[in-house]
Design a binder for this molecule. Structure first.
Ligand SMILES: [Zn+2]
Length: 634
């Protein structure tokens, strides 16, 4: 069962890992690596690193690691075989397989293909169809010219029974499971969309996975908007309309504008805000936010958040804390949406996005602005109302600052308001549950994301008695990368392995296992020298070795092979010499060897030591290691 190894290797080799991960997270080039915010955990400073040449990623924050196949498995929640199939499809590689386990992936591809055909068919119909004249006129009247129609691949579903299903030759099974059609009560296959302008909904890489349809004005159909049903390739809670088009600008600006409708998105693009997405007929869900978090740490809500927002306030604060992002609100005139503002007041729409305010500030201001602050009674009512909103925020420092604003504008004593707020929180719906301070939550997260104290940062190369020290701990902050060889900074064993991964031709032939005194490092070296390539070595290695290899693959070597070898030989020779000397104490026949070796080791300490001196010592180390066997030292 399964897929032959060489096919797996071919798929891996053909996959551009940076492009693949780029669909989920923004990566920036840094030297030979790519770094970015980790798509697997929330963070504000990048701990996620990709080695494009080797096709390996590693996160220094959460230790997520792997190759293209692992990445697809983790992000799409698929098994190994399915992940390989998806990647094979992506890079156009044919794979052999001998089981029926491919059904899911084949199914997905089949659905993606039929959605692509349908999107094209509907789009052509809008551009060319005689029956689409009214739709074209309507779109033009809304300011949608040909460029907009083409850019967003808008379509027209004709007012017929089964034109799409007939034209594409869809059988009832495929039509139904793709959401493009259904079998009516008369047992006849019918198109799901009829007499509607269609908005293709794509996955982040731009493949249509669903359709959203809007009726023309005056239609007898009571449902103004209609979306595809959920299918194996379309989950509403995980899909954001237009993310495929907005992605680049979202990454560039580090901000994403979330609206409610397709036309809102198009309106925002129209005024130059090309980082807008929309939920597809559902409220903003945590899955959406997690998806967006891979691209940006600032979410601008561009919908009237008075009603929906109030209900969701708790979740916004929770996401801000848990996913380390900022949720802000673009304040628009009450009752207007971005689509409308784009037509009536484009400058105002841009200003609203640019001037987006923290969610709580927006709410408090809206409450106070709408209140009667002329009378004592009015101010008291407004204060109560505003305090209820303030009380929902989990951070007491944030709460207190808004409380001061309320105090000022309502002319009430802050002490009095604080007492009132405490009462509210004790008795209110959120009282008691929103205990912990915002700040402490962040601090906890920061420890796991920013800290380099994880297991892989421990010094594993030191001999007996060496303390555990951070090794190459600044791999990610290029600015303070250690170049010196101070204590604990230069670990020749690890650096040699790094070079063996990144520049194998320059160093591998000159290394010997005798140079690796650390058990784990020696195993890693054995794995590298005994494998066809890095992935082969990783696949066959025990878990600990695998983790070491993956991490080293995303770290850049900082030393030259020649220097590393000299350093390695010198270190190992010193340690061996110490052993010889101690052995010689009980065995005088060894004394001569010990003295001879001491001289050679000393020779190597001379900065002008010759290459031959190194080679001689290395040869001696190799012989000793072979004579005594690897098991001598435990
Ligand atoms: Zn991570």
């Amino acid at each position: 069962m399964g897929i032959p190894d060489e096919d797996v290797a071919a798929v891996r080799a053909a996959t551009d890992l940076v492009a693949l991960i780029g669909e989920h997270a923004a990566l920036k080039r840094q030297g030979r690596r790519w770094v970015g915010l980790c798509p697997f955990h929330g963070e504000k400073t990048p701990s996620f690193s990709v080695n494009a040449e080797q096709g390996i990623y590693y996160c220094f924050g959460c230790q997520a690691k792997g190759d293209a196949i692992t990445f697809v498995r983790e992000t799409e929640h698929l098994g190994f075989v399915e992940a390989v199939r998806i990647l094979a499809e992506r890079s156009g590689i044919a794979i052999r397989e001998d089981s029926d386990g491919g059904r899911d992936a084949r199914r997905r591809n089949e659905l993606l293909e039929v959605m692509e055909q349908a999107a094209s068919w509907y789009h052509e119909r809008l551009l060319q169809g005689r029956d689409a004249g009214t739709a074209r006129d309507y779109l033009r009247s809304r300011g949608y010219d040909g460029d907009v129609v083409r850019r967003f691949r808008l379509g027209w579903a004709p007012d017929g029974w089964d034109e799409l299903c007939q034209s594409l030759g869809l059988d009832p099974e495929l039509a139904t499971s793709s959401g493009l059609g259904f079998v009516n009560r008369a047992g006849r296959l019918q198109d799901a969309f009829r007499a509607r302008i269609l908005f293709p909904i794509c996955d982040p890489s731009g493949r249509p996975v669903a359709l959203g349809g809007r009726v023309l004005p005056g239609s007898p159909d009571p449902a103004k908007y209609k979306n595809s049903t959920e299918t194996p390739i379309y989950s509403k809670r995980r899909t954001l309309y237009a993310l495929n088009w907005a992605k680049q600008d979202v990454i560039r600006v580090n901000e994403v504008v979330v609206c409610e409708g397709y036309t809102d998105v198009i309106g925002l693009f129209g005024v130059g805000v090309e980082r807008a997405v929309a939920t597809c007929g559902t409220a903003l869900a945590e899955e959406h936010v997690k998806l967006l978090r891979g691209f940006s740490s600032r979410i601008v809500l561009a919908f009237d958040s008075d009603g929906a927002g109030q209900a969701a306030a708790g979740r916004f604060y929770e996401w801000e804390r848990k996913l380390e992002l900022d949720v802000v609100v673009a304040a628009m005139p009450v009752g207007s949406d971005p689509a409308e503002l784009a037509r009536t007041d484009p400058e105002g729409l841009r200003r609203a996005v640019e001037g987006a305010r923290p969610f709580l500030q927006f709410r408090v201001e809206r409450i106070l602005d709408g209140a009667d602050l002329e009378t004592a009674e009015g101010r008291a009512r407004a204060a109560d109302h505003a305090l209820a909103a303030v009380g929902e925020h989990p951070d007491d420092l944030v709460r207190d600052q808004y409380l001061m604003q309320v105090s000022e504008r309502c002319r009430l004593d802050p002490l009095l308001l604080r007492r009132r707020l405490e009462d509210l929180r004790r008795s209110g719906p959120t009282g008691g549950t929103a205990g912990g301070r915002h700040g402490s939550g962040r601090a906890e997260t920061a420890d796991t994301t920013g800290g380099y104290g994880g297991v892989w940062q421990e010094d594993r190369s030191g001999g007996p008695g060496s303390r555990r020290q951070p090794a190459f701990e600044t791999q990610l902050g290029g600015s303070h990368r250690p170049r010196g060889r101070g204590p604990g900074e230069f670990r020749p064993g690890l650096e040699a392995l790094r070079l063996a991964i990144h520049r194998p031709d320059d160093i591998l032939p000159r290394l010997d296992r005798a140079l690796f005194r650390d058990e784990l490092q020696r195993m890693a070296f054995d794995g590298l020298i005994g494998s066809a390539d890095l992935h082969h070595a990783i696949d066959r290695a025990p878990l600990e070795v695998r983790e070491l290899l993956v991490r080293l693959a995303v770290e850049e070597p900082v030393a030259e092979p020649e220097d590393v070898i000299v350093q390695l030989v010198r270190d190992v020779a010193r340690a061996e010499l110490a052993l010889v000397v101690s052995e010689a104490r009980g065995a005088p026949e060894l004394a001569r060897e010990a003295i001879e070796m001491a001289a050679r080791v000393q020779e190597l300490d001379d900065p002008a030591a010759s290459a031959e001196a190194t080679d001689r010592l290395l040869a001696w180390l190799v012989v000793r290691s072979q004579m005594s066997g690897a098991g001598r030292r435990s």
